[in-house]
Design a protein around this ligand. Structure first.
Ligand code: ISE
Length: 333
């Protein structure tokens, strides 16, 4: 049984606790820490675990075998470095770190430690429909991919959502899943700013379109529309030489009545990616038990952060911004 310590049990963290204790086998959250100590205590009381006064104490605790980091991005680096220093596997929610420089420091520490310990919570890699998309593209039946058109729509965003988060909190999911799907790196980013919706808070340019180009020239466009009102709508259409393929609607059934055809629309990422989260966390917990690494690596976190750095710059600079990245270290081959 993997004894897990969770840092930052907010909405995402508590959804993870719920699945670890109800649907996932082989793990239990035994410790929590949070910047809000009273909150940590309340969660600990609810799950019968221990609340630690700091994330450092939680990471170093002998009752913790592995760590989940669900706090906000800027807090990740210190905790990741502490996990690496104590040799504990860690599943870190995205972003690994808010900038590529910070991700590089995490990678360097992991490489120096000689063992892959860091997994990044890019849950879409575990989604059945994305996996099918990849299997079909990889089979070569459609020829080479040429373009991918993505859309990432949220009904609305919370008050703390800032202008740059459209790239490094929202589009980062497409950045990662497209690197994984196309199996190559991005070389440049551009942002187009269409007509602004009147329904977004004044601080946000919404929607926007992030246009990315891979090393081989595949063009990925990602519509980010985070105040679309009607639902949590994730789309992806790959256009290849001999055909196209898209994510289907996520409903198991189609409802048709005399009033017409209708389907429920999911409203948040937990609903839309429920199965992906379960598979991701189950695979991680099982790997922790076997002493193995699973899922995306610190390299993936670094690569995504590098593309997002270029994307954030493209929000304010007109034109195309090159993605700056180091060569992939042999450790992550
Ligand atoms: C949030 O952090 C997520 O990860 C969601 O999947 C994404 O849709 C949302 O825009 C982000 O803020």
């Amino acid at each position: 049984m993997a004894r897990i310590g969770m840092i930052g049990p907010g909405a995402m963290g508590q959804a993870h606790i719920e699945r670890i204790h109800t649907v996932i086998a082989g793990g239990r959250v035994v410790a929590v820490s949070d910047v809000d100590q009273a909150h940590a205590q309340a969660v600990a009381d609810r799950i019968g675990g221990t609340a630690y006064a700091s994330s450092k104490e939680l990471i170093e605790s002998l009752e913790v075998d592995a760590v989940m980091i669900c706090s906000h991005g800027p807090a990740h680096e210190t905790d990741l470095l502490a996990c690496i220093a104590t040799g504990k596997p860690v599943l870190c929610e995205k972003p690994l770190t808010p900038t590529a420089d910070a991700a590089l420091r995490v990678m360097e520490a992991e490489i120096a430690g000689g063992r892959r310990l860091v997994s990044v919570g890019f849950m879409r890699r575990f989604d059945r429909s994305y996996r099918q998309l990849k299997t079909t593209l990889d089979s070569g039946a459609l020829g080479a991919p040429l373009m991918v058109n993505c859309a990432h729509r949220n009904p609305s965003v919370p008050d703390h959502y800032t202008w740059d988060m459209a790239i490094n909190d929202t589009a980062i999911h497409e950045v990662d899943i497209m690197r994984w799907l196309l199996d190559e790196e991005f070389v440049s980013a551009r942002v187009d700013q269409p007509r602004r919706t009147s329904l977004a808070p004044a601080r946000l340019q919404d929607p926007l379109v992030l246009v990315l180009t891979t090393a081989s020239g595949v063009r990925v466009s990602d519509e980010i529309f985070v105040n679309c009102q009607y639902g949590y709508d994730i789309r992806c259409e790959a256009v290849a030489e001999r055909g196209t393929l898209s994510l289907a609607d996520q409903n198991a059934i189609d409802l048709r009545t005399s009033a017409g055809a209708s389907n429920p629309i999911t409203m948040n990422h937990n609903e839309r990616f429920f199965q992906a989260f379960v598979t991701e966390v189950q695979e991680w917990v099982s790997a922790v038990d076997r002493g193995e690494h699973t899922g995306s690596t610190a390299w993936d976190g670094y690569a995504a952060a590098s593309v997002c750095d270029a994307g954030v710059q493209a929000l304010t600079d007109s034109g195309t911004v090159p993605v700056q990245m180091i060569e992939r270290p042999a450790f992550y081959a």
